[in-house]
Design a protein around this ligand. Structure first.
Ligand SMILES: Cc1cc2nc3c(=O)[nH]c(=O)nc-3n(C[C@H](O)[C@H](O)[C@H](O)COP(=O)(O)O)c2cc1C
Length: 366
């Protein structure tokens, strides 16, 4: 795998980046200060992230909100146009887009990605989503395939893109899902496009191991993550490949642990949008195998706080320590989410990032 810009070859350097600022964030909360994804907000955040030395930037791809009172993710900038815009205004940071393979034809997507790689050569990644939300599929008028078949479809979809990026003469792609005569596309990408799969079921993991550079997983606990990283790396080794893992966390960092915990409680309990939370959990429970039934029962609050993802809540020293524990699981990258990306990232940059350097979790900037 081509090393990610800014982190070449470092052992122990945990890559950090934002996840989801093109949407309303990860929480199902009604707090008025929650992030709103205007282009201006996204532009300023991307520039701040790059200036602070973050390694990558990843958008959500969602087409319909979760309902309730606040309709989380109801407003979202298109992740493909967003990524092209962010690439154009930045110079160093790696920029992913996120795509639902059933909603975008692979010829169109291959062209989008090749074009992005001309805007920001060698800085492009794609977070591949095979789909899970039945209501979104209904809105598109596209059937949601049986779970594991989604990844077979995505494999064929990916083969079409790869052919377009490498073939110098028209060819006939004969796959199970695509039968495409005279397949050809120019220009080719200038560099390697990083392929990341978001999906942690057995089928999703197997797809990542066989075809991608990165698996994007959900951090249930550092212990579980360590096991998953080892399993995935071993599975890749067995098929002669190498793969890395990115995982996710939402950050609530305040000068004292009590202030952080109080705020976490406030936005994720007192101000939780429970109808939206329950709707999200019901949607996920129906068609996605990323979480177990016990997980849903235990972690309703975790879905309200951070879409089921892990939250790191505490003072700067505690947050830095927790991030070190995550780095020690062997993951290559950690994505960051905040209730308000702008003000909270600014505090994180000033108070947590220097501690990560002191803890040797990250290289010093520059
Ligand atoms: C870290 C992570 C990020 C994801 N991002 C998105 C996203 O932006 N949009 C989306 O519709 N699904 C997203 N998904 C959902 C997955 O692509 C996938 O459809 C879902 O996890 C079900 O797959 P699985 O049953 O194989 O785990 C994400 C999943 C994970 C684990």
């Amino acid at each position: 795998m081509k090393p990610i810009a800014g982190a070449a070859g470092d052992v122990g350097h945990l890559e950090l980046g934002m996840f989801g600022p093109n949407g309303t964030g990860h929480s199902m909360s009604k707090v008025p200060e929650r992030w709103y994804p205007t282009w201006e907000n996204n532009r300023d955040l991307a520039l701040a992230a790059e200036a602070a030395g973050l390694d990558f930037h990843i958008p959500f791809a969602r087409w319909k909100g979760h309902g309730g009172e606040s309709n989380p993710q109801g407003a979202m900038l298109d992740p493909i146009v967003w990524a092209a815009g962010i690439l154009a205004i930045t110079k160093r940071i790696k920029v992913f887009t996120t795509v639902h393979t059933p909603f975008v034809h692979p010829i169109v997507m291959a062209k989008h990605l090749a074009t992005m790689d001309h805007i920001g050569p060698g800085r492009v990644g794609v977070n591949i989503v095979s789909g899970w939300d039945r209501e979104e599929f209904e809105m598109f008028g596209i059937p949601l395939r049986e779970h594991d078949e989604r990844y077979e479809y995505t494999k064929d979809w990916l083969d079409v893109m790869r052919t377009l990026w490498t073939a110098d003469a028209p060819g006939h792609h004969r796959g199970r899902f695509f039968d495409l005569p005279g397949l050809i596309g120019e220009p080719k990408p200038r560099g390697k496009i990083t392929l990341m799969n978001a999906g942690t079921s057995s089928a999703g993991r197997a797809f990542a191991v066989e075809h991608c550079d990165l698996l994007f997983n959900i951090l249930v606990s550092p212990e579980a993550c360590r096991e998953e990283v080892a399993t995935v790396k071993e599975a890749a080794r067995r098929v002669g490949r190498s793969i890395d893992v990115y995982t996710t966390a939402c950050i609530v960092c305040r000068p004292t642990r009590k202030e952080a915990e109080d705020y976490h409680d406030y936005y994720s309990r007192e101000m939780a949008d429970w109808p939206a939370t329950d709707h999200l959990m019901q949607q996920l429970g129906m068609d996605c195998q990323s979480f177990s039934p016990e997980f849903y029962a235990t972690f309703r609050n975790r879905f309200a706080a951070a879409h089921g993802h892990c939250s790191i809540v505490g003072d700067p020293g505690h947050v830095a320590e927790e991030i070190r524990r995550i780095r020690d699981t062997g993951v290559r990258g950690l994505t960051l989410g905040f209730i308000d990306f702008a003000s909270e990232f600014s505090y994180f940059k000033d108070e947590v990032m220097p501690r990560l350097v002191d803890l040797r979790v990250r290289r010093p900037p520059g």
